[in-house]
Design a protein around this ligand. Structure first.
Ligand SMILES: [Zn+2]
Length: 314
């Protein structure tokens, strides 16, 4: 931790020299000591290995340095403010903006609860990937769940590179069978503007049609596709013989990848939006996207089906 509390209640920053010595953890009130060695930047640690909920011991060098770096990007932000109503302590807080710099894997349910906790209390959480959590080729469930959406940026999320002192924004993140995952990277140093850095395309180079490729996966008994096929089997459909428009890229391919085919197959069979969305939601075990409302996303997906199928019949 970078901020400790003195006996008189004032907050002490580990980076600023102080003459006060009795210092405490702002969350659990146990004594802490200043550590300022050559390995990590100056920080506080619990003097006895206490079971503190807010600060795990052995906070990494990257995490400590990242919080300092984020301060330069958001100078108005406060470090490690404890929010008692949420029992949470974002790394940085600037008004309602809660920044979380995530360097090591976090259980998905904890991530989901923390994010919905912020959102339900009027905070705007932003997750930033540390070095080990940055997307390489595919996006994991966690990485996708950290993404937000605006019309101008598309799906987007952030990462922080402590060594290069750079903030990254991944934007226009998409997935389609034809291209795999694609996205753009913008980067920024403190006090600089965002600059385009590169386009990322996980080269798929698949010349086979989507339908033929799926048929191949089913013939090879790929369990993922067998499961998807089972979802449409009761309606007498096969995933490789849907109307042609079903194989076109979807804006929501990034969230659902191949499962979009199942939703589109249901669209071909369904009589109403309410029946369709009920069938679609039944195929999802749980909702993985704290920033998005399921009804809204499926409404958009439905509109997309209407648009694509109407174009096809012209
Ligand atoms: Zn503590």
């Amino acid at each position: 931790m970078l901020i400790a509390q003195a006996k008189d209640g004032t907050y002490i920053d580990a980076g600023i020299r102080t003459t006060k010595n009795d210092l405490f953890c702002p969350c659990c009130q146990s004594p802490v000591i200043l550590k300022a060695g050559p390995q990590k930047i100056a920080h506080f640690a619990h003097s006895h290995g206490t079971a503190c909920h807010a600060f795990s011991e052995g906070e990494s060098k990257e995490h400590l340095a990242g919080k300092r770096l984020l301060q330069q990007f958001v100078p108005t932000a406060q470090l490690e403010v404890y929010l008692p109503e949420l029992e949470q302590r974002p790394d940085l807080l600037a008004n309602q903006l809660a920044l979380e710099f995530q360097c090591s894997p976090l259980s998905f349910s904890r991530f989901f609860d923390r994010t919905t906790g912020y959102l339900n209390n009027g905070y705007q959480p932003v997750w930033l990937f540390g070095k080990n959590l940055q997307p390489r080729k595919n996006w994991t469930v966690f990485q996708k769940a950290c993404c937000q959406f605006t019309a101008s940026l598309g799906f987007y999320s952030y990462a922080l590179d402590v060594n290069q002192a750079k903030l990254y924004r991944y934007q226009s993140i998409k997935w389609a069978y034809q291209t795999g995952y694609t996205w753009q990277i913008y980067a920024k140093k403190p006090t600089h503007q965002w600059q385009f850095e590169k386009n990322v395309q996980a080269a798929r180079g698949n010349k086979m049609s989507y339908a033929t490729w799926i048929q191949g996966q089913l013939m090879q008994c790929n369990p993922l596709f067998q499961k998807l096929q089972q979802a449409v089997y009761p309606s007498g459909m096969t995933l490789f013989s849907l109307p042609e428009w079903c194989y076109q890229p979807s804006l929501y391919g990034f969230l659902f990848t191949h499962q979009v085919l199942v939703f589109r197959a249901y669209y071909c069979e369904s009589s109403s939006f309410s029946k369709w969305i009920e069938a679609c939601l039944a195929t999802l075990k749980s909702w993985h996207w704290p920033y998005f409302d399921a009804q809204k996303i499926f409404f958009e997906l439905y509109q997309e089906c209407r648009w694509l199928s109407s174009q096809a019949t012209k």
